[in-house]
Design a protein around this ligand. Structure first.
Ligand code: C2E
Ligand code: CA
Ligand code: CA
Ligand code: CA
Length: 280
């Protein structure tokens, strides 16, 4: 049994080593990716229930790697968090997303999205220069603070500290804030008292349950009630079926996002949607 334990340990560390090497390689390649234009953004609509009209969009980063093909952010964002590249990548995403919203506004006027959602990683929030970076991008692109929705996670702010200070400064600036993956983190409910947010993005985990038993849907039901009681907006994430959308509407959700409505789309496809809307 001892031998078996040992070999399992060896195999485990070997796997860990392989993963570390892989991460180091990805990290190095990421430096290159940013400067050589391998990163790009997709935009996923957030829609109004029940009719499904576009409200806002969320920018989601993609990496078109010359050999690996499309690399998922679930794979490279954690690597970038660890090696610090997320600060540069995040700054690029913010600028590019704001530039895009400003362009849609110029072309399509009021038919454009009401705001742009941008994911912000915990590491970015701990950067002392983050608030200034946001201010600079807004000025450069001519957007108003309320045109921008920064999506942060509970883990980034649950222990207070500089990240929470940053969030308060952003709020004071007039930028909108969302708690992403709400309900999956450390201190969800307590955080709502200390952290000034405008939107709760209710995680897919809870949305999946809404067409099941009362027990399965109880969290999604409670979260929308809490959001509205606190005068926050709730967005149901990861809606994949018509039945879920209908049920979410009955439960009180008025905003939703998910493959049922639209996957993350290239800029041109969002442009086509907006053109139709601007014409109608
Ligand atoms: P997230 O912010 O929670 O984004 C939602 C993810 O769910 C996206 O995955 C989206 O494509 C996916 N999704 C949307 N609707 C559905 C659905 O109906 N069903 C299912 N199964 N999935 C759906 P994506 O684009 O792969 O991004 C994964 C995560 O990577 C994001 O989760 C976010 O945490 C992170 N991420 C993406 N872009 C950025 C970025 O620019 N900066 C930072 N810091 N993180 C990012
Ligand atoms: Ca998000
Ligand atoms: Ca989310
Ligand atoms: Ca998520």
């Amino acid at each position: 049994a001892k031998e078996q334990g040992k070999s399992r340990y060896v195999r485990y560390t070997a796997e860990l080593d392989a993963r570390t090497v892989e991460h180091a390689r990805l990290g190095a390649e990421l430096q290159h990716a940013l400067v050589s234009g391998e990163l790009f953004l997709l935009y996923q609509p957030v829609v109004v229930l029940p009719e499904g009209a576009l409200s806002s969009v969320e920018a989601l980063v993609r990496w078109r790697h010359p050999e690996r093909g499309l690399v998922s952010p679930a794979e490279f964002i954690p690597v970038a968090e660890r090696n610090g590249m997320i600060v540069q990548i995040g700054a690029w995403v913010l600028r590019e997303a704001c530039r895009q919203l400003a362009e849609w506004r110029r072309r399509y006027g009021a038919a454009g999205p009401v705001r742009m959602g941008v994911n912000v990683s915990p590491r970015q929030l701990r950067e002392p220069s983050f608030v200034q970076a946001v201010t600079d991008v807004l000025r450069e692109t001519g957007l108003r603070p309320e045109d921008l929705l920064l999506e942060i996670t509970e883990t980034a702010v649950f222990d207070g500290g500089p990240a929470l200070e940053t969030v308060r400064a952003l709020h004071a600036l007039g930028v909108k804030l969302a708690l992403d993956d709400f309900g999956t983190g450390h201190s969800s409910l307590g955080l709502l008292r200390t952290c000034p947010v405008d939107v709760l993005k209710v995680d897919k985990l809870f949305v999946d349950g809404v067409t099941g038993t009362v027990e399965n849907s109880v969290i999604a039901t409670s979260l929308v009630q809490i959001a509205h009681a606190l005068q926050l907006r709730a967005v149901a994430e990861g809606v994949e079926t018509e039945a879920q959308a209908r049920r979410l509407y009955q439960l009180g959700y008025r905003l939703a996002q998910g493959f049922h409505f639209a996957p993350p789309l290239p800029e041109e496809e969002v442009g086509r949607l907006l053109a139709v809307r601007a014409a109608g």
